[in-house]
Design a protein around this ligand. Structure first.
Ligand code: AMP
Length: 193
């Protein structure tokens, strides 16, 4: 049994397709015996993924800062709702609780959470898998920007390939299971690189 954090929008986006994929991911995580860890809200894709996991019989842990409990409408039907004091504590708690991290479509909040765990992985602070459910190609533009970072030598290709990108939740979870963290060389022998 693994605990997987899902970062996703507090909105549902412009297309029903994002909601459908959030449902698929929540259901699949639960069916495969994983506990969902997420931001604890009942709005947007956050609420969708949590409800799907609960309906499929899974456990769901929400982590929400006190000041967001009203604004983001805390979900009251979760297995556990952890209330923290700040956004920083929320991210630290989600990181500590989780064995892997997935981004569904979302806005700046989702990106902020995703990039923090990604940059921590790059620095070797954790060795947990990180992935994106590229629902209806939502992240294609971000993925091209990663190619641009590589071309312009601000990112090494091996760090880009740490991110598991899939459109199918089952495939994504399967790749999480098989994930082997790369041997990080970025901060070793820096002078020679
Ligand atoms: P968004 O993708 O912008 O809809 O935000 C998705 C979730 O990320 C919401 O629950 C936000 O509260 C959360 N969020 C936004 N900024 C941060 C942050 N700096 N640290 C932690 N969570 C955040």
């Amino acid at each position: 049994m693994k605990r997987i954090s899902v970062f996703c929008g507090s909105s549902s986006g412009a297309s029903q397709m994002y909601t459908d994929d959030a449902k698929r991911l929540g259901t699949q995580l639960a069916k495969e015996g994983n506990t969902l860890v997420y931001g604890g809200s009942k709005v947007g894709l956050m609420g969708t993924v949590a409800n799907a996991a609960l309906q499929a019989g899974g456990e769901v842990i929400g982590v929400i800062p006190r000041m967001l409990m009203e604004r983001e409408i805390a979900h009251t039907g979760l297995t556990d709702l952890i209330i923290v004091n700040t956004m920083h504590e929320r991210k630290a708690k989600m990181e500590e609780l989780s064995d892997g991290f997935i981004a569904l479509p979302g806005g700046p909040g989702t990106m902020e959470e995703f990039f923090e765990v990604y940059t921590w992985a790059q620095l070797g602070e954790h060795k947990k898998p990180i992935g994106m459910l590229n629902s209806h190609h939502y992240y294609d533009k971000l993925l091209s920007f990663f190619d641009h970072m590589i071309e312009q030598q601000f990112l090494r290709s091996e760090y880009h390939s740490m991110i598991i990108v899939e459109t199918d939740p089952h495939q994504l979870i399967e790749k999480f299971r098989q994930y082997e963290p790369p041997i990080l060389t970025k901060w070793i022998n820096r002078e020679q690189t």
